[in-house]
Design a protein around this ligand. Structure first.
Ligand code: PMP
Length: 415
């Protein structure tokens, strides 16, 4: 599953592994997804996978991209295939500020750090801020790949609730107040404000300044993870939290969903002092982001109608969202779900008493797959929910997948 990066340590902890006693303590926090085995089955063509978060890149102009790549190598191959700056290509950083301007940000290229996908940026932020036992406050539920990073740094993730309008400000205030009373200050608040993965909700415009104010009052940095912000279906982007409080937010962006994930290019926008540490941390882990990928993206941004491409992505995903919610309404009337205004996911609540994790093997046997809600909580809760992705299958397959899922749910209700 593309967006479920978990470190796999197959032999760790078994007597077959001669290095069993040598691993660092932090590897105890790294674990392979318990549902991974099922996903190899779920990837069979006869299974409708509503599980993965793979962007649908079929609409990209591959021939043009191939031509531009060839030209890039012919004309600037010696640069593209060389090491580069640890912070990232200055020209691309400039272009990234233009992308962020679409979400109301007035960023300076000096404050941008190019990373190997926003996943690496998550890792870098965790690396520079988290000591074992430190508290991270994160939405309930939260992106599984971020939870994996926080776990790997041995952080203590404390969830705070969301509703249909995203993070609940009063509940966040209460969570931070309670932590302070316990003498445990959160290092940062991890949030995906737009088209949440997995919850499918968006933080309302009205709540944004409140969340920023609460974090500021408690002295807590915000880690704003925004890979889906430009993939809204009906409305203009809402102001990024980083645009409301540039000094209090580390903002993460990515080309994975608006262009293509294979380049592995994302970025962090951070206050100066944080930026300096991010660059040092990144240099020590990868020396520099791939020059080939960065220059390919820079070329794409300067030679193609990338805004038009994002618009066509939006239309495609909106059609698939429509197919998903229509099928849910028709086939699963006993469930409730979120209707996303953008992004890739809907978050479905099962009828009382059903357990999405226990049900998954039976769903896969019925040739449909999803991600059980438990993957998105640090404490293993969420069994009554599942994440359904509509990004990759065609509308017809989505409808068929939901029909199969409905069969599994009703069989389960009769058990
Ligand atoms: N954050 C969120 C919320 C995501 O959904 C993903 C990918 N699914 C990422 C970060 C990582 O994306 P990438 O590394 O491809 O930029």
């Amino acid at each position: 599953m593309s967006d479920d990066p978990q470190v796999s340590t197959p032999a760790a902890g078994t007597r077959l592994d001669p290095w069993h006693g040598s691993y660092a303590a932090r590897t105890r926090g790294m674990r392979a997804s318990e549902i991974r085995a099922l996903f190899s089955v779920a990837n069979r063509p006869e299974v409708v996978s509503l599980a993965g978060g793979m962007p649908n890149i079929a609409g990209l102009p591959m021939d043009r991209i191939a031509e531009e790549t060839q030209r890039l190598l012919a004309e600037r191959g010696a640069v593209a295939l060389q090491y580069g700056s640890g912070q990232g290509e200055p020209g691309l950083r400039e272009q990234i500020t233009e992308v962020m301007a679409l979400e109301g940000m007035n960023a300076h290229p000096d404050d941008v750090v190019v990373t190997t996908g926003s996943q690496q940026a998550l890792d870098l932020v965790a690396r520079i801020f988290l000591d074992p036992g430190d508290v991270v406050v994160a939405e309930a539920p939260s992106y599984v790949g971020a939870l994996g990073v926080f776990r790997a740094y041995e952080a203590d993730v404390v969830h705070t609730p969301m509703d249909a309008d995203g993070l609940v400000p009063d509940a966040l205030d209460a969570t931070l107040t309670r932590l302070a009373a316990e003498g445990r200050r959160a290092k940062f608040l991890y949030t995906v404000p737009n088209f949440h993965n997995p919850a499918g909700v968006t933080l309302s415009a009205e709540r944004r300044p409140r969340i920023v104010e609460i974090a500021r009052r408690h002295g807590v940095l915000i880690l704003e993870d925004n890979p889906y912000g430009l993939l809204g279906f009906d409305s203009d982007p809402l102001p990024a939290l980083a645009s409301l409080a540039p000094e209090g937010v580390v903002y993460l962006g990515s080309f994975s969903k608006t262009f293509a994930p294979g380049y592995r290019v994302g970025w962090a926008l951070a206050p100066h002092a944080v930026r300096d540490r991010l660059v040092l941390a990144s240099e020590s882990s990868i020396l520099c982001p791939s020059m080939m990928s960065q220059l390919s993206i820079a070329t794409y941004l300067s030679t193609s109608d990338w805004r038009g491409q994002i618009k066509s992505y939006r239309q495609m995903y909106a059609e698939r969202r429509d197919a998903m919610v229509a099928a849910l309404a028709e086939h699963l009337p006993d469930c409730t779900w979120t209707t996303p205004d953008g992004g890739f996911y809907t978050w479905l609540r099962l009828p009382d008493g059903l357990d999405a994790r226990e049900m998954l093997p039976r769903a896969v046997t019925a040739l449909v797959a999803y991600v059980p809600g438990t993957a998105f909580y640090a404490d293993g809760s969420g069994a009554d929910h599942m994440r359904l992705s509509y990004c990759y299958p065609t509308p017809e397959r989505i409808t068929e997948g939901v029909r199969r899922l409905a069969g599994v749910v009703s069989a389960e209700q009769e058990l």
